[in-house]
Ligand binder design. Sequence first.
Ligand SMILES: *Cc1c(COP(=O)(O)O)cnc(C)c1O
Length: 425
Amino acid sequence: MDLFQYKKGLLFAENVDVDTIAQQVGTPVYVYSKATILDHFKKIQAAYAQLDTLICYSVKACGNIHILRLLAEAGSGFDIVSGGELYRVMQAGGDPSKIVYAGVGKTDREIKEALEAGIAYFNIESEAELETLIGLAKQAGKTAKAALRVNPDIVYDTHKHITTGVKETKFGVDIERAQRVFAQYGSNGVVDLCAIHIHLGSGGKTIDPYVNGVRKILPLIDSLRDKGHRIEALDLGGGYGADYETDSVPSAADYASGLVPLLKDKGLRLILEPGKSIVANAGILLTRTLYIKQGGRKRFVIVDAGMNDLIRPCLYEAFHFIWPTAVEQRFVPQKRSKDYAAEGLERVDVVGPICEGTDFFAKDRLLPPVRRGDLLAIFTAGAYGYTMASTYNARPLPPEVLVDGDTFTLIRKRQTYEDLIAHEK
Ligand SMILES: *Cc1c(COP(=O)(O)O)cnc(C)c1O
């Protein structure tokens, strides 16, 4: 479900005509729907209601403090991967006792800050990191809880750069090594190693990797408990699919239908770290058409957003549905999909203004006829859109807008040229 829908040929975000936003705020601009974000969050909550579940929204998907605040108010915890993200969550009023902290390269400073804040779990990726955490906790006179990240060696059908659950990645330790880590560090008196963390990757299209992952991990938990280790929580990470195409991935209820039966009566608190399944299709990127260029047999639609604003198509070969925000009724898309076709569409490449061949949003895509000045929506841009944006080519970062019913709020201003050089003085 999302609340970016056409009414009489005009695209609305909830009850706001997106053209109004573009006119007032300029383009490119990210637009998020509050009701969509909360709907996704509440559906996950409902799906796992039978278990003791903590949902830790993954900040790196979309970290604007206004979005973190509304999730915190809905009861969400947070999955962070840096000290900067910890700072964001605290500024947004997040509850530190609902924070889990992952990442293979936590610095001493970051670990100290998280100890100070009193987060729920450090998700530990190696013995060396655990030793460092124990040392720093001792120094600070603090105790902490940790989850060991275990690699269940699950092959995951996604892009090669975003698979993390197979044996030879830099993430976590394998199952045999996990046994040794618990044997060596399981009762150190400072850091309570009492949970297992797995995170398989991102963008999965079926529930199978999760079901298989849990099936591989439960015997490990049983065996650790047999050896006297108290295991209180299982963190399943994130990576649940998002509908880049209409109804293309399992819903929260689908995942839960496979996972809840396996986890019921196990005496485990379940932690989930969803990112894109909450925010991806709760956001769009609006961009204005600058030029139409015929180059040989190809027709290029050159827009004012670039790969610096949204890098996913270039980095992951990601598909984003793109459509004009104002169309004749016959061109109102019935669904969002790679091969969406209708009478009268034209085949184009949608590209940005940056001097790189990789600066594109779509290749050989059928779109309604587009002219200079037309506003386009790049859909499902709420996750890993703004958070991966850069100022490459000295392009100021775009603004972010949050729509709530029939009002919208600028939740981040567009950068200025002065901002671009502010730290160089
Ligand atoms: C990136 C990440 C997530 C979130 O992944 P999504 O695909 O956005 O759901 C969760 N946990 C960890 C450890 C991550 O690195």
